[in-house]
Design a protein around this ligand. Structure first.
Ligand code: SF4
Ligand code: SF4
Length: 373
């Protein structure tokens, strides 16, 4: 099943609740300079309660320190993958970083959370900061870190630990690793370069939090996600386990959901449909319900080129859309679709409400699975 964005600019403009939430975030963080990235999306949901939905086991007493060997072994045993939803093992990333020949060892903590409907990273900063600082202490000592940088969007955030806070412009998709490194560390890396090989370890703030639990033998396989009622533009933070049922969790959080459609994924910009029977896997960071989607590829392209202009990695996606819609045989290799970071900006700004990013995933999927072609 192909992924898609649940909103676009037109939908936000027409829905008063989504618009209000967006205006609220704009007042809080501003729109930031357009120089690093042109697109602004802003949050379209806001927390209806800061109370956690679900139960989490907390650490009662922190261990003072942990050796490099013990910390690495514990992270490997816990088998955690990137908490931003990517399925890459954190242990492997740290190992690549530690074997890097770069003299400088920088830990960049990503708390930017640029998807318009994700709020759990900011919640963690506000509600689990002691554990985050403790994990930074463990990692600084065990991995001989030279610098720790915490990247946030909130200009009012104040740190009280031994770390540098980098407040980045709330532009989209600033949370993507390469954009973030350029902005927060000042090192321009190509899309194809692996940051850990250059001595820069980028970890999501929740991965840092879970490392604290791992070091204290308190990791339970659960994680924080955002759940949302998109009809009301409200959200809550939930603690979920891989066997948790998505529909039940949404009912626990918001009450009856009627005949609304269910979605799961990695934020409002990268979702798939869900059924009543679906459980969470190890990776989702978002679950929501809303009215039937208006974003469809049967809508006619207006040939405006907006999708290409808004693509942060400069893919000429309008040409791809037009050729697919005309069923033309097409060589896609010059368009470098493999550079797509699945941000959904093309879909968000499409005035014809097409699922533009879905064209990329569909083509890439066909390319990797030629049997289905
Ligand atoms: S083509 Fe990919 S990278 Fe470009 S805007 Fe669309 S989803 Fe984002
Ligand atoms: S797909 Fe949408 S944004 Fe792209 S050219 Fe067509 S109408 Fe414009």
């Amino acid at each position: 099943m192909y992924s898609f964005a649940l909103i676009n600019k037109k939908i936000v403009k027409r829905n008063l609740n989504l618009r209000k939430a967006q205006a609220q975030e704009k007042r809080k963080n501003g729109k930031g300079s357009w120089r690093p990235l042109k697109n602004y999306l802003g949050k379209v949901v806001s927390l209806s309660s800061s109370e956690l939905t679900g139960n989490e086991t907390r650490i009662s007493n922190f261990v003072h320190d942990i050796s490099k060997e013990n910390l690495l072994a514990a992270i490997k045993d816990a088998n955690i993958t990137g908490m931003s939803g990517n399925s890459f093992p954190v242990y492997k990333k740290i190992n690549t970083f530690l074997s890097s020949k770069s003299g400088k060892k920088i830990l960049l903590i990503n708390a930017v959370e640029c998807d318009p409907a994700l709020l759990h990273d900011e919640w963690l900063l506000n509600n689990r900061y002691a554990e985050i600082l403790q994990a930074i202490n463990y990692m600084t000592q065990a991995f001989s870190l030279e610098r720790v940088i915490l990247a946030v969007k909130n200009k009012y955030f104040k740190s009280n630990g031994k770390l540098t806070v980098s407040t980045v412009p709330p532009r989209y998709p600033m949370g993507e690793e390469h954009f973030l490194i350029r902005q927060a560390v000042g090192i321009p890396l190509e899309n194809t370069e692996i940051p850990a090989e250059h001595g820069i370890l980028v970890l999501n703030i929740q991965s840092i939090y879970q490392i604290c639990k791992i070091a204290n033998q308190c990791y339970d396989g659960g994680r924080f996600i955002t759940i949302a009622d998109l009809t009301e533009a409200t959200a809550k933070i939930a603690y979920v386990y891989p066997t948790g049922n998505i529909s039940n969790l949404l009912k626990t959080g918001f009450g009856e959901i009627g005949n609304k459609h269910l979605y799961k994924g990695y934020g409002i910009m990268l979702c798939t449909g869900a059924t009543e029977a679906d459980n969470f896997s190890n990776h989702e960071t978002f679950a929501a319900y809303t009215n039937p989607l208006e974003i469809k590829n049967s809508n006619k392209c207006k040939r405006c080129g907006s999708c290409s202009r808004k693509c942060p990695v400069k893919i000429k996606i309008d040409k791809v859309v037009q050729s697919v819609d005309k069923n033309q045989i097409f060589d896609y290799s010059p368009y470098h679709l493999e550079r797509c970071i699945k941000c959904g900006s093309c879909t968000y700004f499409c005035p014809a409400s097409k699922n533009v990013s879905g064209y990329v995933t569909e083509i890439l999927d066909l390319f990797h699975n030629p049997v289905g072609y």
